[in-house]
Ligand binder design. Structure first.
Ligand SMILES: NC(=O)c1ccc[n+]([C@@H]2O[C@H](COP(=O)([O-])OP(=O)(O)OC[C@H]3O[C@@H](n4cnc5c(N)ncnc54)[C@H](OP(=O)(O)O)[C@@H]3O)[C@@H](O)[C@H]2O)c1
Length: 249
């Protein structure tokens, strides 16, 4: 008889829409670790990270948005690549008043800090996210960046210059500032680099029940080897599956 891999029955699926906001946040606990990096992404049935308009919102859903908010709710930093900021309309980073009390009890800043990685510093400086976030956003860039662009960036954000922009220097720059609960909201390039450097501890991935084509989905360089994660939980809502995966190490 040939070896047949063990197949398991349906996973216990929880109806995500039935969970309260607090229940959802509790499903995404921050481990008691010095540094924890989680990734949050939505993908379509055909593996696209963006829909017809090049944005993730067009392949998302209300249930995915609930989980998105729960995943970032008690984070210290929301980390994104410049491509994501250029594409997506990031709104000011604030926390609800009721969360601020909990954050303060946990020794956290009142709201997550936005951290944007950019070599070019070609960023949409007119977005309200720069001036209306609770905390001044961070821009992580190269020490060799154009001086004129550095000067412009400094008017809108706290600029952190790194000798080399690598996943390790990015995460170190955040942790040195006490930002140890990090949620990377993409995009695919930044996420790929963090995974390649084995810096992603948790991947919170939503599978949306749509096909979108991949023409507007960014591609990334192949990893030298696959990086394996183990399933933590699956939630469902709006026909989407919200999966929490943990690094297999
Ligand atoms: N499905 C989802 O959940 C999801 C999530 C986020 C984004 N998206 C979509 O993904 C697309 C953007 O993704 P992307 O992969 O193209 O962009 P990305 O990863 O957000 O950003 C890439 C940019 O980040 C900067 N960067 C990242 N690593 C760097 C490094 N090591 N050194 C220097 N600069 C570095 C560079 O900025 P500069 O060019 O400024 O130098 C680079 O061009 C958009 O269409 C967005 O809507 C989807």
């Amino acid at each position: 008889m040939s070896d047949i891999p063990a197949l398991h029955g349906p996973l216990p699926l929880t109806d995500g829409s039935a969970l309260s906001e607090d229940g959802l946040a509790a499903a995404y606990p921050w481990p008691d670790r010095n540094v924890w990096v989680r990734a949050m992404m939505v993908t379509t049935l055909d593996g696209a990270a963006a829909g017809y308009d090049g944005l993730s919102g067009s392949v998302s859903s209300d249930a995915d948005q609930l989980v998105f908010n729960a995943v970032r709710r008690h984070a210290d930093a929301v980390l994104i690549g410049a491509g994501t900021l250029r594409a997506e309309q990031y709104t000011p980073m604030r926390a609800k008043p009721e969360d601020q009390q909990q954050r303060s009890a946990d020794g956290q800043r009142p709201a997550p800090v936005l951290a944007v990685v950019s070599g070019s510093l070609n960023l949409p400086w007119d977005l309200p996210v720069w001036r209306e976030s609770t905390h001044r956003p961070l821009v992580l860039t190269s020490a060799h960046a154009d001086p004129g662009q550095l000067a412009i960036a400094g008017k809108h954000a706290t600029v952190v210059t790194l000798q080399d922009i690598t996943p390790t220097t990015i995460v170190t720059a955040l942790t040195e500032r006490g930002l140890t609960r990090i949620v990377c909201e993409g995009g695919p390039r930044l996420l790929r680099d963090l995974v390649a450097a084995t810096l992603v501890d948790e991947a919170d991935i939503t599978l949306s029940p749509v096909f979108a084509g991949t023409a507007h989905s960014p591609t990334t360089a192949a990893l030298a080897q696959v990086s394996t994660f183990r399933l933590g939980h699956v939630l469902q809502g709006d026909g989407a599956l919200m999966m929490r995966y943990l690094a297999d190490r």
